[in-house]
Design a protein around this ligand. Structure first.
Ligand code: PGA
Length: 264
């Protein structure tokens, strides 16, 4: 029987504003060695890192020189291609460093930098234009959850983020309830599954059935080695966007190797 879910799981580490370029080099080397010792198959579970912008050139050099199978990308990008936008980073520059992915609309960008759903949409289009796969973050606050229930806000955010996106675009969606980020209080696997299923329905509605079945939907928010297996058992959860635990080598490599304990 064909495997029900043919989507390759994706485990992503969002370093946020942690680790400078020298620390990044050391971390990436140790991570790759740890995964090699464990015979990790990157085709079986994809591993993606999101270091700060200033680390990307160092990570690229290391990955290219040693032919690592790790993918990486930026934590944000500009909606513009180039020009008078002090402090911003173009998707073209990320692509020139062989970035494969870019995080867009993380809740910290939304709340500390005023990113609206419309800005997120422009950034998604910019990422696709430059050949990057956007990891589109959506998620409700505790207040939203109380007022609107679990899926209305993330589904609405994704709907706007996808305006003008073609049906066959390569994208990743990350469901990250704001109340679960960095709080140590993760959603339950059932909660994550419920919202992921609604997000997948939306992908079918606004993109296509093919896109809905091919697109990876990640869960993020206090993911640890001790709870990853529960999320990965859910049909519509295809991976994780990991913050705090992505800075701990043992934790992150154990999360990447979730298949070793998913059946437990
Ligand atoms: P956390 O962060 O794993 O520390 O909760 C997740 C994220 O913000 O992507």
């Amino acid at each position: 029987m064909a495997e029900l879910n043919a989507r390759v799981p994706l485990i992503a580490g969002n370093w946020k504003m942690n680790l400078d370029h020298l620390q990044a080099i050391a971390f990436v080397q140790k991570l790759v060695w740890t995964l090699k010792d464990a015979d990790h198959d990157y085709a079986d579970t994809e591993v993606v890192l999101f270091p700060p912008f200033t680390d990307l050139r160092s990570v690229q050099t290391l990955v290219a020189a040693d032919k690592y199978e790790l993918a990486y990308g930026g934590q944000d990008l500009s909606a513009h291609d180039s020009g008078a936008y002090t402090g911003e980073v173009s998707g073209a520059f990320l692509a020139a460093l062989d970035s494969k992915y870019v995080i867009i609309g993380h809740s910290e960008r939304r709340s500390y930098h005023g990113e609206t759903d419309e800005i997120v949409n422009k950034k998604v289009l910019a990422a696709l234009k430059h050949g990057l796969v956007p990891v589109i973050c959506v998620g409700e606050t505790a207040e939203d959850l109380e007022k609107h229930g679990p899926s209305a806000v993330p589904v609405g955010q994704l709907r706007t983020a996808l305006q003008g996106v073609s049906a066959d675009a390569d994208i990743v969606v990350a469901y990250e309830p704001v109340w679960a980020i960095g709080s140590g209080q993760a959603a339950t696997p059932e909660q994550a599954q419920q919202v992921a299923a609604e997000l997948r329905k939306l992908l079918a509605d606004v993109l296509s059935e093919e896109s809905a079945s091919a697109t990876r939907i990640l869960y993020g928010g206090s993911v640890k080695s001790g709870n990853i297996a529960g999320f990965m058992r859910e049909t519509d959860v295809d991976g994780a966007l990991v913050g705090g635990a992505a800075l701990d080598l043992a934790e992150f490599s154990a999360i990447v190797r979730f298949k070793k304990h998913v059946g437990a």
